[in-house]
Design a protein around this ligand. Structure first.
Ligand code: ATP
Length: 247
């Protein structure tokens, strides 16, 4: 059966500071209920691609100069990041970005600013705590005093507070021990299966990402050089040699 396309990135070019061409025609599609992985090394353009989708390039002096981005068939390049959150598109930034001086629970509540219904906010908070029992235990702790894994969970939990349909997850594995990475990915998989959240995931940890994603795109110097079902990429000789540290 053919799932509808939620996100369609069509040949985008991104330029920083009017001169630095970083994305050179990137196209990708994420179907409803999918987990797509955007893979590639440092500086390949993964973060830039996510920022283009969530319209967070302006603050970085970047702009989309070619191509189009569609959410369920509607062009979204001119929507503000806040409009996008309203429409269910939420980015979890690399480096986690919790507010250090706020408690875990206060951090989570900052994610619900687009929700006016108090019962929805309360229900979302319960849901986040159900998926992340660690956050419930740490709810009154200041984020600054929680572990890297807990901060990553907090960042994802905060995104969930906006009742998203599409989450753009930037390098969730960064700086985390393998066991914690696995714990985070298991929860992502669960959210995808049970809450029907669609994910576009940028990762340098190809091995882990291909284990959890259903489809992968490999980005090199601003171009998609390979794409395919995750299981095929994981078994591809070139991918093994260049990205899985095998061979
Ligand atoms: P990383 O894992 O390091 O985040 P990435 O694949 O996400 O890598 P990007 O952060 O998208 O890569 O960066 C792609 C390229 O764009 C890099 O060469 C980077 O130096 C450049 N770049 C990123 N942000 C800016 C900016 N604000 N101004 C100028 N160049 C930038």
């Amino acid at each position: 059966e053919q799932r509808p396309i939620v996100l369609n990135v069509n040949g985008i070019e991104v330029i920083y500071n009017h001169v630095i061409l970083v994305l050179k025609g990137v196209s990708l599609q994420v179907p409803q209920g999918g987990i797509a992985a955007l893979l590639g090394g440092n500086g390949a353009g993964k973060t830039t691609t996510l920022r283009a989708v969530s319209n967070l390039l302006k603050g970085e002096r970047g702009e989309v100069t070619k191509g189009s981005i569609e959410l369920r068939g509607e062009r979204i390049e001119n929507l503000t990041p806040a409009d996008l959150v309203q429409r269910g598109v939420v980015q979890v930034m690399e480096g986690r970005h919790c507010f250090a001086h706020l408690t875990i629970e206060e951090n989570l509540l900052t994610g619900s600013y687009t929700r006016s219904s108090r019962s929805e906010v309360a229900a979302n908070l319960e849901k986040v705590y159900a998926y992340f029992p660690r956050l419930k235990q740490r709810r009154t702790s200041q984020a600054a005093y929680t572990s890297g894994g807990e901060q990553q969970m907090c960042a994802i939990g905060r995104a969930l507070m906006a009742s998203p349909s599409l989450v753009l997850l930037d390098e969730p594995s960064m700086g985390l021990a393998p066991q914690i990475v696995e714990e985070v990915f298991e929860i992502v998989k669960d959210l995808n299966a049970k809450e029907k959240v669609t994910f576009l995931l940028a990762e340098q940890n190809t091995n882990m990402a291909l284990k959890y994603a259903d489809y992968g795109y490999i980005l090199e110097s601003g171009r998609i050089v390979m794409d395919g079902p995750a299981s095929e990429l994981a078994n591809n000789e070139d991918v093994k040699e260049f990205y899985l540290g095998v061979g």
